[in-house]
Design a protein around this ligand. Structure first.
Ligand code: HPA
Ligand code: ZN
Length: 329
């Protein structure tokens, strides 16, 4: 089986109900009302409701140690599934909203990455994510405050949240700052809005698109994405769970791949959507018709399109081809 790599997962969205409860207990606070629908299920009915539940659940993640534990537990679980690299979407807005300075949040995440590397041999990097429904100025502030000195694990910039309500082009000033500061850029588009949103997103200085799959609505756009070598961070289970597509069989991943678009796999918000990175590779194999060599090419694409530095990319590619899948990263 090929090694796995994932470019698209929201860190706060990796914490399962049990961990959310443990963190709330440790911090001496209740889990906010409306978060759970049973002992092991988050409660949400549609995408915007999911975003509200996500925000509420994330309020129990309060300290650097909490962020360390969320990061560590997720990465170790990925390593057990065969992953060698994960890019984590980390939201400074969520830290700030509970009074935690983003630098402390990032120190906690970095500690989780270091501990997971030591214990499970997995590598990870941080992509900062702004929440579009918090407005353009908040996104600019995040880009601006990380344009100079920043933690070396911070390698990229993204924009999440309510895509349909907050189209991408107005965030151009934030992207100009992030891109000029040397951060790799990607943006959620073509998930809960259509091909027009993807076209607009491509006016930003991005090399990847988070989701991007609704580009399939416009064949000329698909061709453009293929020609430009823009890489899609596809999350099929998330898309089926939030009803972007009614079933795996109707998901366009295979069609996009066959049209020459570079694609990768991500779990997005694993416990909310019943997803995992191993599960996404299994879906691609069992439901979407990808063979072993093709799955390996998805991992290779993910490593090549990652925002990690060249030395780490080379080490990861070498590890992919190592016979026993191990190497000293
Ligand atoms: N999509 C958009 N925004 C998000 C998501 C998502 O899956 N998770 C957290 N914020
Ligand atoms: Zn996402």
């Amino acid at each position: 089986m090929t090694a796995l790599a994932e470019l698209h997962v929201h860190l706060e969205g990796t914490a399962p109900p049990d961990l959310i409860r443990r963190l709330a207990d440790r911090n001496g606070i209740p889990v906010p009302d409306g978060v759970f629908d049973g002992p092991d299920r988050f409660k949400w009915v549609d995408f915007l409701d999911f975003l509200r539940t996500y925000d509420r659940a994330a309020t129990v993640i309060r300290t650097a140690e909490d962020y360390r534990d969320v990061t560590y537990e997720y990465l170790v679980s990925c390593a057990r599934q065969g992953a060698i690299y994960v890019e984590l979407l980390v939201s400074p807005d969520h830290a700030q909203s509970v009074g935690l300075p983003p630098s402390e949040q990032q120190a906690g995440v970095a500690q989780g990455i270091d501990d997971a590397r030591r214990d499970a041999g997995i590598e990870a990097r941080i992509v900062l994510v702004a929440v579009r429904n918090f407005g353009v100025q908040a996104a600019i502030d995040i880009a601006q405050s990380h344009a100079g000195e920043r933690h070396p694990y911070i390698v990229g910039f993204n924009l999440a949240g309510d895509e349909a309500g907050y189209p991408p082009a107005q965030f151009a000033p934030a992207y100009e700052i992030a891109s000029r500061a040397g951060l790799g850029c990607t943006v959620h588009a073509g998930e809960h809005a259509g091909a027009g949103s993807v076209r607009e997103a491509l006016t930003l200085p991005v090399t990847r698109l988070s989701h991007g799959v609704r580009a399939v609505e416009d064949p000329a756009l698909v061709q453009d994405i293929a020609d430009r070598g823009i890489v899609l961070e596809a999350c099929p289970t998330s898309n089926v769970a939030t009803q972007v597509f009614p079933s795996y069989e109707e998901h366009p991943l295979r069609r996009l791949y066959e049209a020459g678009v570079k694609v990768t796999l991500g779990s997005d918000d694993p416990p909310y959507f019943g997803a995992s990175i191993g599960g996404e590779y299994a879906v691609a194999r069992e439901r979407l018709g990808f063979g072993e060599g093709e799955l390996e090419s998805l991992t290779r694409t993910a490593i090549e399109a990652s925002f990690a530095d060249d030395a780490l990319k080379r080490a990861l590619l070498k590890r992919m081809t190592a016979k026993d899948g191990r190497s000293n990263l």
